[in-house]
Write a protein that binds this ligand. Structure first.
Ligand code: AMP
Ligand code: ZN
Length: 466
């Protein structure tokens, strides 16, 4: 069946077929590991996960690369400010590599909690300095790069067209002088490929231009080409990447190889908080752990993301996320009911659901509508194991671990039992093993006074809060 995906490059929903039969080569811009990833960042990775799951559901194999930016991402996308990694290292008084490892591990842990499939290749920028250096040298050799006292810059005037992804008018912005132009740059929108390191810079490497470090955009061009070739199928990122990072990646690839590296460029809209921007200064930047503390499971957050199409902005509120938690539990209960059902369902009905689901996800990942179909199956009055199986089939795309529904519900129903009560329960268990019924009864009374009811069942002792 046809897959249609919105392509920022053509500004239309285009038919998707991979360049290689059966295999999709995809590159996703990954995190800059100077701090905890927040739920906005994870909206981008949930989108990336859904995309790869949809492609796999259609029978394609994935060769998917995600980078980890551990050098070169400056505070401003306009090549200004400090390197984010170095700033964090100075603040935390640690080695930048230590900072990178800590936040990379935490990021991958959160990805697992969200059941985001790990891309086939995770590539760290600092492991690819020689590839990046070679890429820059090719750009210079082809006449697109030049040296200034600050580093090596890309000359955008040498391109047939710049920008190609966004509609921004470079000339107009120059006329408006909204950017502080470095007089050594040939064009105001020329960007850094390689940066000469000041004396106190920690992360720096030998290069033909002395001790220096890569600009942010070159890592994605070099690592994309290394693992996926000069041209591959899909490149993903957030909408913030359109005007600078992805535009400059395209420029670099055209400079070195004469090609736009990916056929499809796909971008996820931003997550907003309470209708506005998520920012540290407003104190509204939340992590997956912080949601958990407020009773919102990572998978409930994933479900929350499915309430909006990836190309529309989504407004986060705790109320909304808590409601997704309830929805998730109802979905689990509904699935479990089907696992116990004995009705027989005509094959044509199952097939019709499957076709509708596939049509919907293949229509540029229409997850809100796909969830509507999931609910039709969950709510079907006929309870059937065939429906349970169908839901597991759909879960290949949702990735919400429906198969383990019972485990999640049991965990939520478990009550927190204080240590003192645990000890009394253990004592009572001993008393019963010793057939000391008088002691067992008195402990039961004591527990009741403390607010806990014990019951003896065939399966053993159960405890409930009064
Ligand atoms: P960074 O770690 O800043 O390089 O960002 C990692 C990813 O998260 C990028 O793809 C960004 O586009 C994306 N991103 C950042 N903030 C948000 C947000 N509020 N909503 C959705 N995606 C975001
Ligand atoms: Zn990138």
């Amino acid at each position: 069946m046809k897959i249609k995906l919105y392509n920022t490059l053509t500004k239309s929903k285009d038919d998707f077929t991979p360049l290689n039969v059966n295999e999709v080569r995809m590159y996703s811009c990954g995190p800059t590991v100077y701090s905890f990833a927040h739920i906005g960042n994870f909206r981008a990775y949930i989108f990336m996960d859904t995309l790869r799951r949809v492609l796999q559901y259609n029978g394609y194999k994935m060769k998917h690369v995600m980078n980890i930016t551990d050098v070169g991402h400056l505070e401003s996308d306009a090549d200004e400010g400090e390197d984010k990694m170095e700033k964090a290292a100075r603040k935390e008084n640690k080695d930048p590599y230590e900072i990178a490892k800590f936040y990379t591990d935490k990021f991958l842990e959160d990805m697992n909690k969200l059941h985001i499939e790990t891309p086939e290749i995770i590539a760290k920028a600092t492991d690819h300095i020689p590839e990046m250096l070679k890429f820059v040298q090719e750009i210079i050799a082809n006449g697109y790069g030049y040296e200034t006292s600050k580093g090596i810059y890309f000359d955008i005037s040498k391109l047939d067209k710049y920008p190609v992804l966004s509609n921004r008018n470079v000339d107009e912005q120059i006329a408006g002088a909204r950017v502080d132009v470095d007089p050594e740059k040939r064009n105001p929108y020329d960007f850094a490929l390689w940066i000469k390191a000041p004396e106190n810079h920690i992360m720096k490497w030998e290069s033909p231009w002395g001790l220096s470090y890569p600009g942010w955009h070159i890592e994605c061009s070099a690592m994309g080409r290394k693992y996926l070739g000069e041209q591959f199928d899909i490149h993903t990122g957030g909408v913030d990447h359109i005007p600078t990072h992805h535009e400059n990646e395209i420029a670099q690839s055209k400079g070195a190889c004469g090609k736009i590296p990916a056929k499809f460029w796909m971008h996820v809209e931003f997550l907003q908080v309470d209708g506005g921007k998520m920012s540290k200064s407003l104190g509204n930047v939340y992590t997956i752990d912080e949601l958990k503390q407020k009773g919102i499971e990572p998978l409930a957050y994933k479900l929350f993301c499915f309430t909006a199409h990836y190309r529309t902005s989504l407004n986060f509120t705790f109320e909304g996320a808590l409601s997704s938690q309830k929805t998730l539990n109802r979905l689990r209960e509904g699935y479990l009911k089907h696992t116990q059902g004995n009705e027989s369902i005509e094959n044509s009905i199952i097939e019709e659901y499957k076709t509708r689901f596939l049509e919907t996800i293949n229509d540029d990942l229409n997850m809100p509508a796909a969830m509507g179909i999931v609910w039709e199956v969950v709510r079907n009055e006929k309870k059937s194991k065939q429906f349970a199986e169908l839901l597991l089939e759909f879960d290949k795309v949702l990735g919400i671990d429906l198969e383990n529904s019972k485990k999640y519900l049991d965990e939520q129903n478990k009550i927190d039992i204080p240590e003192e009560i645990q000890e009394l329960l253990e004592k009572r268990k001993q008393a019963r093993e010793n057939k000391d019924w008088a002691l067992s009864d008195s402990i039961r009374d004591e527990l009741k006074q403390k607010g806990y009811i014990v019951k003896d069942t065939k399966e053993g002792m159960t405890v409930e809060k009064l």
